[in-house]
Design a protein around this ligand. Structure first.
Ligand SMILES: Cc1cc2nc3c(=O)[nH]c(=O)nc-3n(C[C@H](O)[C@H](O)[C@H](O)COP(=O)(O)O)c2cc1C
Length: 198
């Protein structure tokens, strides 16, 4: 299902088409497609090329998927546990080269996930990221070492039937995508000063 995106300026089609649905189909995702999605994340840029991202991939029917689903808050569980793929996004908090804190580990991991969800669109798939989950429980369930942080979960799959969603979710599923204007986001001179470029 396509959602209307009212761009003010033209952008890449994959970026334009991405949105975060809740109506996932239970249709399995082909292994090759999932591999391409993970490969896209692998090529993300990162500070010192540290590549601090790690992913735990759960496929419906395996114990990993069950445990990721278990960590989600009830509201997310209602829709996300229909998706055939659930991925736990994890970042390494310290630098490999000197053991000191890596201040950009979340930034870098977020970029890798952004690449992943863009590739998902390229593969004809949909994704929905979540922070509504119990990160401590996830770390425990998956033996995540102390110098790593579980950051988010991504649901991936084909589009399903929105009519099966509860009323509040159906409503937001059908809503137009909303964004702040570039004027609110982009400045020149000092912070808050309008830029002539937007
Ligand atoms: C880090 C992150 C955490 C999010 N957490 C949740 C969540 O717990 N539950 C949910 O339904 N959506 C969640 N979302 C989805 C956002 O609400 C969604 O991306 C935003 O409304 C923009 O919509 P779009 O992705 O369709 O453009 C999250 C997105 C991100 C990037």
């Amino acid at each position: 299902m396509k959602k209307q995106t009212l761009n003010n300026h033209p952008i890449n089609e994959l970026l334009q088409q991405r949105w975060s649905p809740r109506a996932f189909s239970e249709k399995p995702v082909e292994k090759e497609k999932l591999q391409s999605i993970l490969e896209a994340a692998r090529w993300a840029p990162s500070a010192y090329n540290e590549q601090p991202w790690r992913f735990i991939v759960g496929i419906k029917g395996d114990g990993t998927w069950d445990r990721i689903c278990e960590t989600l808050v009830e509201w997310n569980r209602q829709w996300a546990c229909k998706a055939p793929v659930l991925i736990l996004n994890i970042g390494k908090k310290t630098h490999e080269y000197n053991g000191k804190n890596n201040v950009t580990f979340k930034y870098d991991t977020g970029q890798a996930v952004a690449m992943m969800v863009t590739e998902a669109v390229n593969q004809g798939l949909f994704s929905h990221q979540m922070s509504g989950f119990d990160a401590e429980k996830a770390a425990e369930l998956f033996n995540v070492p102390d110098d790593y942080q579980v950051i988010s979960v991504t649901a991936i799959g084909y589009y399903g039937n929105p009519d099966e969603l509860p009323e509040d979710m159906y409503k937001s599923e059908m809503e137009e995508r909303k964004r702040k204007s570039l004027k609110e986001l982009v400045f020149s001179g000092k912070f808050g000063e309008q830029s002539e470029w937007v």
